[in-house]
Design a protein around this ligand. Structure first.
Ligand code: URA
Length: 439
């Protein structure tokens, strides 16, 4: 086989054979294909797309490029979740303890993430001492003993994806549905999940800005999972406005603790109940947790009676974190400058743009533009309204938490563009648009 022929075939819109995809992926991972050829191939895929078979083959080739976790000695059924990433998305911090509080162990590996705020690992590191780096043995032992793990990748999972993703990032080829689907699913398959709930976001603050693209991405990932023998559910959820109020690492941990304590913003609570209910449904395998209303009520009781919070506290404790920060979230890192931005007129909120809130959080230092950049855990934005809310002139719209006056001023200017207030009532946005079920 010759790389140039594989590039030309894709350039001309032809489907590659499984052998060609496997050969290309393994040679590239081994460093035997130079970046310039892989970049040309990625751009050809970006323009020409991939068939279902090609996408599945690429996913499996990337999944099998490194370790494949087998968790069957530690878990009867490994249920996992993945969010395609959103503004104010702290759901893993709430959903995992919730599911575990219902008797289903969960061991999850998360990432740091690029962009507006850190990923789950950065959020967890707002808790002093929390160790996100576990060995595979520690990971297995912790799930057996404590039934919950939330850490970074152990071992070498899907190294082909790591290499290809870095190249996509610098060649404008991230935004390709088969490449995104393959990238996400290769890591999930390598991490040993039996059942996966995908939370695919759509809207101004999401990778997929239109519902149609989000649906195609969700269906592509469900198909890949089903072809690989996994139980799959994909939820398509709104990301036109931020989820919950808090955007920024420690602020989000604080809000997650409120939600785990039965409080917090209603949209966040409801979102987490739905994601957790689908995780239980997969774990119940048709024998338990089939009725969604009953499952939702059970999960809500775990938030209201403190059981979910107790599981979160246990997670923090076993991973070396300072539990006094869970007991008293005011001890979490806090910013030195706190300012509010108020409404200049009365009316109804027609837009609370997630992308603008994200941009403001990034300006404040809550996220990273480049891999390895430091993150300021204390800073971020609190969003005090949702689309559809009535607004009174002078009411607080946002609270800005920053550590640098210039950044705060810049973030304020961006936040001013995040809100549209109109005289006539505006429809609230749905939390979810669709559910796509596999198996
Ligand atoms: N997240 C991933 O893991 N991969 C992508 O390609 C996009 C988002």
């Amino acid at each position: 086989m010759r790389v140039v022929d594989i590039i030309a075939k894709k350039r001309d819109g032809l489907a590659l054979t499984p052998e060609e995809i496997r050969w290309f992926t393994s040679r590239y991972t081994a460093g035997e294909i130079p970046d310039y050829q892989a970049a040309a191939w990625l751009m050809a895929v970006w323009f020409r797309g991939m068939t279902r078979e090609e996408t599945a083959e690429l996913t499996l080739a990337m999944a099998h490029s490194g370790d494949i976790m087998d968790l069957s000695d530690s878990l009867d059924y490994a249920v996992d979740k993945h969010s395609s990433g959103g503004v104010g998305d702290k759901t893993s911090l709430i959903v995992l303890p919730l599911v575990v509080a219902c008797g289903v162990p969960v061991a999850k590996m998360s990432g740091r993430g690029l962009g507006f705020t850190g990923g789950t690992l950065d959020k967890l590191e707002s808790i002093a001492g929390y160790n996100v780096n576990l060995t595979e043995e520690q990971f297995r032992q912790q799930v057996r003993e404590h039934h919950i793990v939330l850490c970074g990748q152990t071992g070498e999972l899907a190294p082909a994806d790591g290499k290809l993703y870095a190249l996509r990032d610098v060649t404008a080829t991230v935004s390709s549905i088969p490449l995104i689907a393959g990238s996400i699913m290769s890591k999930k398959i390598a991490a040993g999940a039996n059942g996966i709930v995908l939370d695919v976001k759509t809207g101004s603050g999401a990778f997929m800005s239109t519902l149609e693209d989000a649906r195609t991405l969700a269906q592509t990932m469900v198909d890949i999972g089903v072809d690989a023998g996994k139980d799959m559910v994909a939820l398509i959820s709104d990301m036109n406005q931020p989820l919950g109020c808090a955007v920024g690492n420690a602020l989000e941990v604080k809000e997650a603790i409120e939600a785990l304590n039965g409080g917090g913003p209603e949209d966040l609570r409801e979102h987490c109940l739905v994601v957790a209910a689908y995780m239980l449904r997969l774990a119940g395998r048709g024998k338990k947790w089939v009725d969604m209303d009953e499952t939702r009520a059970l999960l809500a009781s775990k938030l209201d009676n403190g059981e979910a919070l107790a599981v979160f506290r246990r997670l923090v404790e076993v991973q070396g974190g300072d539990v006094s920060m869970v007991d008293n979230p005011n001890k979490l890192p806090a910013a030195t400058i706190v300012e509010t931005l108020t409404a200049e007129k009365s009316g109804y909120a027609a837009e609370v743009r997630a992308d603008k809130v994200a941009q403001a959080a990034l300006i404040l230092g809550a996220g990273r533009e480049q891999k390895g950049d430091p993150v300021d855990l204390a800073v971020g934005v609190l969003v005090h309204l949702n689309v559809g809310d009535k607004v009174q002139s002078g009411q607080a719209l946002f609270t800005i938490h920053g550590n640098d006056a210039e950044q705060v001023a810049e973030a304020r200017a961006v936040l001013q563009q995040a809100i549209t207030i109109q005289p006539e009532p505006a429809e609230p946005l749905p939390l979810f648009y669709e559910v796509i079920q596999g198996n």
